[in-house]
Design a binder for this molecule. Structure first.
Ligand code: PLP
Length: 452
């Protein structure tokens, strides 16, 4: 393998379409996830020696002659901090060569859908993130004539997926795990079916819930990965931002999206880019802690008499536990293999579970005297460390009630079909001490169900 290809295979391509990428083929190709997170896109400043990049607030750049400059003209088209973040992201998402950052996950979605042009068709997973659903059905449909078929991509057979693809189907939209019921889509299977169809739709995976640490969709055949960087990648609940990452063979598509990134202009600020790059440096550390804590909390919930069902793909009780295991990123799998003694069958998930990001959903039992909603409310307001709040992926633990909060705009009948009842609670498990989180959750359950 040539050095360049080797770098691409490790998700650290030297080419990101930026003059200022800085990172080069001199990096060792075998650098692991956290090494890349810390070093790629973060070289010491040549002029000052500063190890941490300065925040470059200038909106415009001096030209030494018309069109003669150092790679920057105007900050919407390119900014040193945004470019550096994009370089980091292109290396973190394994199989990635190009990255584009946007002002939010939602503007990232909007830019992708606008790239499809008029009267295109999409096949999307049916319980896609609400804001994506809203953009597809209320904005792109009305303004672009874009039609979307929502399909249960977890269970649909090959024939059903192929039948949903039309001559004008340009995109398959996958989100896995889905929110909030954490259903898993077999990305490799859907990508292979999609690519076998004469319409050749591109396959996009919203990888927000797993982050580039637990899942590498580009290595499973996806064409584009999308992140709401607002969540795990930034990880500190202080930046709203999104990104796309594409593999080396999608240079043309990257150029098209980069044109729209500049033309639409939904770009992140230099300061937010700087913050997100700082956050991304600890992504590996944080995701390990999120996963370990979530597994421990999920097991404690499974043992509680006050809980009817725990949904965590790393648990053996999850219906797609084997798929979660099979589709772990190479670096997550390598780390998890060091946690427990080698199993007799490496193809089978560990019987006592494995870390799989930080999101858990569970169904609380009703107390004798209260409705499900009242019981859930008492649980959520009795928590001391988990904050009752929307969003996810920050270092602090959060808890929410999907039926009344994140998914409140879905009509009750549809919510019921998706399994989003008043008994469902979603946790974003942070990186606090494991035993404190378990004590917090069990204490609130006791108060809400045990003593009510
Ligand atoms: C899976 C997923 N995708 C996309 C988004 C949109 O991202 P943002 O809030 O950064 O616009 C969200 C936000 O919650 C999300 O959960």
């Amino acid at each position: 393998m040539s050095p360049a290809l080797d770098l691409v295979a490790n998700g650290s391509s030297p080419t990101n379409g930026h003059a200022s990428n800085g990172h080069s083929a001199t990096k060792k190709p075998a650098d692991g996830f956290s090494t890349r997170a810390i070093h790629i896109g973060s070289e010491a400043d040549e002029s000052t020696g500063a190890v941490i990049p300065a925040i470059s607030l200038s909106t415009t750049y001096k030209q030494n002659g018309i069109g003669i400059h150092k790679g920057f003209e105007y900050s919407r088209s390119g900014n040193p901090n945004r470019n550096a973040l994009e370089t980091t992201l292109s290396s973190l998402e394994s199989g990635g060569a190009y990255a584009l950052a946007f002002a939010s996950g939602s503007s990232t979605t909007a830019t992708v859908l606008q790239s499809l042009g008029p009267n295109a068709h999409i096949v999307s997973v049916n319980d896609v993130y609400g804001g994506t659903f809203r953009y597809m059905t209320r904005v792109a449909k009305e303004n672009q004539g874009l039609e979307t078929t929502f399909l249960d991509l977890e269970n649909a057979g090959e024939e059903e997926v192929l039948a949903a693809i039309r001559p004008n189907t340009k995109l398959i939209w996958i989100e896995s795990p889905t929110n909030p019921t954490l259903r898993l889509i077999d990305i490799a299977r859907v990508a292979s079916i999609a690519h076998s169809h004469p319409s050749h739709p591109i396959v996009l995976v919203d990888n927000t819930f797993l982050s580039p640490f637990y899942s590498s969709p580009l290595l499973l055949g996806a064409d584009i990965v999308l992140h709401s960087l607002t969540k795990y990648v930034n990880g500190h609940s202080d930046v709203v931002m999104g990104a796309l990452i594409l593999p080396e063979h999608h240079e043309e598509l990257t150029q098209k999206l980069r044109f729209l990134q500049n033309a639409i202009g939904a770009v992140p600020s230099a300061y937010d880019s700087w913050l997100a790059q700082r956050g991304a440096k600890t992504l590996g550390l944080r995701m390990k802690a999120h996963g370990r804590n979530a597994l421990a909390v999920a097991k404690a919930l499974e043992e509680s008499p006050y809980v009817a069902e725990v949904i965590y793909p790393g648990l053996a009780s999850h219906p797609r536990n084997e798929l979660a295991w099979k589709s772990l990123s190479p670096h997550a799998r390598k780390w998890i293999d060091t946690l427990s003694p080698a199993s007799s069958d490496p193809a089978s998930p560990p019987a006592d579970g494995f870390p799989y990001s930080g999101m858990i959903s569970f169904r609380i039992r009703s107390s004798a005297s209260n409705s499900q909603l009242q019981t859930a409310d008492t649980f959520l307001t009795s928590l001391r460390l988990f904050t009752l709040a929307e969003s996810l992926g920050g270092v602090e633990s959060l808890a929410e009630h999907p039926a009344q909060m994140t998914h409140g705009s879905i009509p009750p009948a549809e919510r019921a079909l998706l399994g989003i009842g008043d008994d469902l609670i979603r946790l974003s498990v942070g990186v606090e001490e494991e035993e404190d989180l378990i004590r917090d959750v069990l204490g609130a359950l006791e108060k809400a169900v045990g003593s009510a």
